[in-house]
Design a protein around this ligand. Sequence first.
Ligand code: ADP
Ligand code: ASP
Ligand code: MG
Length: 450
Amino acid sequence: MTALKLLVQKFGGTSVDDIERLKIVAKLVDKTRRAGYSVVVVVSAMGDTTDHLLKQMESLRRTRPPPGAVKAMTPSNLREMDALLATGEQVSSALLATALYAIGHDTRSLNGAQAGIYTDQQHGRARIQGIDTSHVRQLLQENQIPVVAGFQGVAPDGSVTTLGRGGSDTTAVALAAALEAEECRIYTDVDGVYTADPRIVLDARRIAQLTYEEMLEFSSLGTKVMHSRAVEFAGKHNVPLRVLSSFRDGPGTLIAGERPAGGSRPLEQPLITGVACNQDEAKLTVSGIPDKPGIADDILGPIARVNIEVDMIVQNVGEHGLTDLTFTVHRRDYLQARELLGRVAEKLGARGTSGDSSIGKLSIVGVGMRSHAGIASRMFQALAREDINIMMISTSEIKISVVVKETHLETGVKALHRAFELEWDKPGQEVVSNRSQGETDPAPRQASQV
Ligand code: ADP
Ligand code: ASP
Ligand code: MG
C-alpha cells in the first residue's frame, strides 16, 4: 500500500472551547481523512484554560519577596508551572481523541513526551531540540490518528516543559517538518492573517499569501495569530503553513517561501503588507551614566544573563561625558529588569533610573518597503495627525516600529491602516467576502491571552 499524503491540523483554544466545538473539530479531521490524507492533530488547551491555571498558580506564590530579593519565579516554581500548564493541552487531546473514536476513527492521544518532543531545560520558554517521530509514525502506519497535546515537551532531566504562550503552533510546525507533511494547517477563530487585527480594525483585509519573512516580522511584532517560533521553524524547514478558520470554510492565508507570480496580489507590490501592535511592552531608562566603551554591556549584560530579552535600545548623544540609555522588555519581565537595573545603576554611579510599563509598540511591515522611500515620514505624519507622541523608533529593511503610550495603540493602528490604504474596498486587493455577509465570529478573547 502506498503511504497517504500527510497533513498536520492544529486547533487553537477557541476551536476546542467546549464539547460541541470538539465534535465540530472531530468532523473537520474526519473530512480530511475522507479526502485521502493521513492526519496528525495538534491541540491547544480549551478556551481560557491556560489563563485559569496561571491564575491558580499565581495565587499560591509568595507576593512579598524578602527585602532585596528579585521578585521572580524560582527554578522550582517554573518547573511546577510547566507541569501544571501542560495539563490543559492533555485534557483537550484526550477529549478530542475520544470524539474521533466516537465517529469511528482509531486514534491515540499523546502528550509532548509521548510524541517524542525533546526540548532544552528552559521552563516557560523551552526550545525544541529534537523530535523522535517513531511513535507517531508507528500510529500513522496503523492507520490511527495521533492527537498531540501542543505547547509542551520533555527536558533532558525528564521534566515537562512548555514552549511559551501560543506555543502549540510551534508543536504543529515542528511535527510537520519532522514528518515532512504536505502542509501545516493552523485552525483558529479568524479566517486568515489580516492587514491588521480584525478585532481592532473592522475593515481589515485578509491576506491571501505571505512570505515567511513577512509573517515572522508580523508575529514577532505582536500579531499573535501565529507563534513567532513556529514561523521561524516553518521558514527554516520550508513547511507551507496555512491559517484557517475552524468556524467556516475558506482558503485562509498561505505562508510560504515565495509570493505567487501574478496571483491575487496587485501587480505592483503594496508598500505595506500590514500593521501590527503589541501591548506587552515596558521601557526602562538609566540616566547620567559614563559615556565610555563597554557601558551598554555593563547595563544590558546582567539583564541578558537572567534570560530577559531586550528589544529596542536607544542611547542618547553624550554630554559632559554622561549619557542615558533606554530599552524595552516584555512587560512580564518589567519588575525583575527594573530591580536589576537599579543595582547596576548604583554600581555605575548613575544619576538614576526610571521606567514605564504602560507603553506599546506600533509597527508597519512589508517587503515593498525595501524599494520605496518616504514610508517612515508617512507613518510619522499619520500618527502626528492623531496627536500620538512617538517615544522610540526602530527600523529594519521590512518594518518600522514606534513606541507609544498604551492608550494610543488602538487609534494608532487604525490611523496607520488608513494612511497606507489597506482597507478592503481598495481595488485589486483581496476582500474578505464572508465578513460582509453578517457571519458572526466568536467573541473576542481577553487581552491577557497572548
Ligand atoms: P488560537 O487560540 O487559535 O491560537 P490566537 O488567539 O493565538 O488563536 O490568534 C488568533 C487571534 O489573533 C485572533 O482572534 C485575532 O484577534 C488576533 N490577531 C491579531 N492580529 C491579527 C492579524 N493581523 N490577522 C489575524 N488575526 C490577528
Ligand atoms: N494553551 C497555550 C496558551 O494559551 C498554548 C497555545 O494555545 O498555543 O498560550
Ligand atoms: Mg495562538
